[in-house]
Design a protein. Structure first.
Lengths: 270, 236, 215
């Protein structure tokens, strides 16, 4: 019995020490989206910051909606998302204290190599969507209120089309991240709408490829959001400002510009 | 297409053989979280099961009903509930548990305890039926009864703990909500598989999956050995 | 030494009734257990002898009625109960013996006591064996030793001879005689008329839910 008590006490000490070691490091919680994470940018960028400033960045990658509501709920010090309309609303309502646009890339339409609808020859996004809509061709949507999804919905709206009524026939809303959505699109030989960086990184492309792109009309704007320390007293103001300065500095910009996958720049600055 | 599957499998094995450091970290963290949850749960559940078997007290039925109902709770619901408690707006926000392994331990503790209680009660009840009159003839105290019953039932109880371990290692819903799947901090085997699959990086997902299966098989082998040990000794 | 028994016996049983669901096992038992060393309960199978024994030892509660010991009540530390089929903990013989000493708070020089008894009853070679592998006779002997080492005032025996060879029966009867002479009250169940003749000072026969003293 004595030996047992001894071991159990050691166990409790071990867990307690372990737990306190997580709390003691200097760290910031960064809320971002799965697609941004999947681009690999953070794996490239963050360790450089951590090494230089000795501040840990704990990245929580979830859906856009969750990332935004997390920072609103004070569960994050910073957020990086790409849903400009939502972000602006958040700023106006004081859920975040600052919104800084700092990098961008674009969205693309993905489809099978064979491209039965000839999307590739379209002259604008409206045309792409009309072809899909009138042919009732299978199209996979994120359906999760992410930046990508919101951008997609805007496009349908601008083309005066309502695919929503065709839910569960050819217009499929999967409610998942970009990777899962791409998997489904490829698996069911369908068209879909994705951000370019996730696609470039995606390792299961099979017979699909980028069919239509337009970097102006399909711009994907990323912003850095700072938590509002008046609403969220625990926000690590000092630390997040260090990160903000660094990200927006020449060094930060250079690093973002120089991040390449398969010889392609994924994120543009200015 | 089958060529792809074969090559993914081979690449996965290669990853395992070369001993990828990230994978090791993930496996160790998963073992740490689930083992801790199982140990803590046993410390709580087993004496509780013994007390529930031996004693009648006010609120006993309530505890049993609640415990059995919690068994049917989907782990994601536990995760969500715990998240609401420990997030910055929650009652327990001050403890700063969100996105830590400790939060995952707590989540798994909540999920596994009802299971261990239910299984242990069954085993201890069998033991108690055997020793009840003997205890009465000796006049053993309640505390002594609990100690003796737990020791006498130890093989079955360890079996239950191992079953819970297997269950905890394969859980993904709760730990991703309260843990956040943060690299090098709260990334577990199951969350890695989910994440890498959704990124299309199947070889990494498969590599981790193989380890998980391997651990599962090992647990089951130990379970089987213990069970047959039990059967041999039960034949009086 | 006999003072030990005088404090507890004679024991008067009044209006004892035992019912299980709708079955009445005893209707209305009234009898007195004397101070004499050995009292035997006998009767055909299924008449409830074991149940009566367990009631006397307060292992089971009767439906109604009273059991009044002489000067003081029967406490757990006063008696040992030997079950028909011995119940052991899943450990060595030594640890089983140690266990009862611990429970009854009689740990003083426990190791000495256990070894002395093991020598006396010649089972030293079994001490460190697991109770799982013991033969029926060995189990019974160890049951006895377990009952004795806690220095009880009363020993209840529930058909302790059903599975044994004559060799063991003789041995145990010898022990019973000895210890009853040392002032320990024996209340036992037996089917063997010859045995009853050999051992009993007082005999009760149970039949049809009623009890009957044989002179």
């Amino acid at each position: 019995m004595k030996k047992f008590n001894y071991i159990i006490t050691l166990f409790f000490i071990f867990i307690t020490l372990n737990h306190s070691s997580y709390a003691s490091n200097k760290f910031i919680t960064l809320q971002s989206t799965t697609s941004t994470r999947d681009s690999g940018l953070y794996n490239y960028l963050l360790p450089i910051f951590e090494k230089e400033f000795k501040i840990d960045i704990r990245l929580v990658a979830v859906g856009t909606g969750q990332a935004l509501s997390n920072i609103r709920n004070c569960d994050g010090d910073l957020a990086i998302t790409h849903a400009p309309n939502l972000e602006k609303i958040y700023l106006s309502k004081g859920y975040i204290s600052e919104r800084i646009e700092f990098m961008y890339n674009d969205f693309v339409f993905i489809g099978p190599n064979s491209d039965p609808l000839n999307i590739a020859t379209s002259s604008n996004p409206d045309e792409v969507l009309s072809k899909i809509y009138s042919n009732k061709t299978k199209f996979i949507s994120r359906g999760d209120s992410s930046g990508t999804h919101i951008s997609e919905l805007n496009l349908w709206r601008r083309a005066y089309l309502s695919p929503g009524i065709y839910k569960d026939t050819w217009y499929m809303e999967v409610g998942q991240g970009m990777g899962a959505t791409l998997n489904i699109a490829i698996g069911s030989n369908a068209y879909t709408y994705s951000d370019r960086s996730t696609w470039i990184n995606f390792k299961n492309k099979s017979n699909h490829k980028i069919l239509y792109s337009n970097s102006e009309l399909l711009k994907n704007q990323y912003s850095l959001l700072l938590a509002n320390s008046t609403r969220c007293p625990k926000t690590k103001n000092y630390l997040i400002n260090i990160f903000k300065e660094w990200l927006l500095s020449e060094e930060g910009k250079l690093l973002i510009k120089s991040y390449m996958v398969k010889n392609q720049v994924l994120f543009h600055v200015d | 297409m089958s060529n792809d599957t074969d090559s993914i499998f081979l690449e996965a094995l290669l990853l395992l053989i070369t001993g990828d450091k990230d994978i090791l970290e993930i496996v160790l963290l998963s073992l740490y979280v689930t083992l801790s949850a199982v140990i803590l749960s046993c410390l709580f559940s087993i004496p509780l099961s013994a007390i529930l078997t031996i004693k009648n007290f006010f609120g006993k039925t309530a505890i049993i009903i609640i415990s059995n109902s919690l068994m049917a709770l989907p782990p994601v619901v536990v995760g969500l509930g715990l998240y609401l408690l420990i997030s910055a707006n929650g009652i327990l926000a001050a403890y700063e548990l969100l996105y830590t392994p400790s939060a995952m331990i707590i989540a798994q503790f909540i999920i596994l305890t009802p299971i261990i209680v239910a299984l242990s009660r069954q085993n201890i009840q069998e033991s108690y039926a055997k020793y009840d009159e003997y205890f009465r003839s000796l006049g053993t105290s309640t505390f002594q009864k609990i100690k003796t019953l737990i020791w006498e039932t130890r093989f079955s109880l360890i079996t239950n703990a191992l079953a819970a371990l297997g269950r905890g290692l394969s859980e993904v819903g709760a730990v991703i909500i309260v843990g956040g799947n943060i690299a090098h901090q709260t990334r577990m085997m199951t969350t890695t598989i989910a994440m890498e699959t959704s990124r299309g990086d199947l070889k990494l997902a498969l590599a981790v999956g193989i380890i998980l299966i391997f651990i599962s098989i090992t647990i089951n082998i130990i379970l089987y050995a213990l069970k047959s040990n039990l059967e041999v000794n039960d034949g009086k | 030494m006999e003072n030990k028994i005088k404090k507890l016996f004679p024991c008067t049983i009044r209006n004892l009734q035992l019912k299980f669901e709708q079955n009445v096992i005893f209707k209305n038992l009234n009898f007195v257990i004397s101070e004499s060393p050995i009292t035997v309960l006998t009767g055909n199978n299924g008449t409830g002898k074991t149940l009566l024994l367990k009631i006397l030892a307060s292992i089971i509660n009767p439906t109604s009625g009273s059991i009044t010991f002489n000067n003081e009540n029967l406490k757990n530390n006063d008696f040992s109960f030997i079950f028909q089929k011995p119940i052991f903990l899943d450990r060595t013989v030594y640890d089983n013996l140690l266990y009862v000493l611990k429970v009854k708070n009689k740990m003083k020089r426990a190791d000495e006591v256990i070894n002395k008894n093991a020598q006396e009853y010649k089972i030293t070679h079994l001490l460190y064996r697991s109770t799982r592998g013991l033969s029926g006779g060995e189990q019974q002997i160890i049951s006895f030793i377990r009952a004795l080492i806690v220095s009880p005032k009363v020993i209840f025996l529930d058909e302790a001879f059903s599975n044994l060879d004559k060799l063991y029966i003789d041995k145990i009867e010898f022990i019973i005689n000895q210890i009853s002479k040392n002032g320990i009250k024996i209340i036992m169940i037996s089917h063997d008329d010859n045995q009853i003749l050999r051992l009993a000072n007082q005999v009760f026969n149970i039949k049809d839910g009623a009890i009957d003293e044989k002179i």
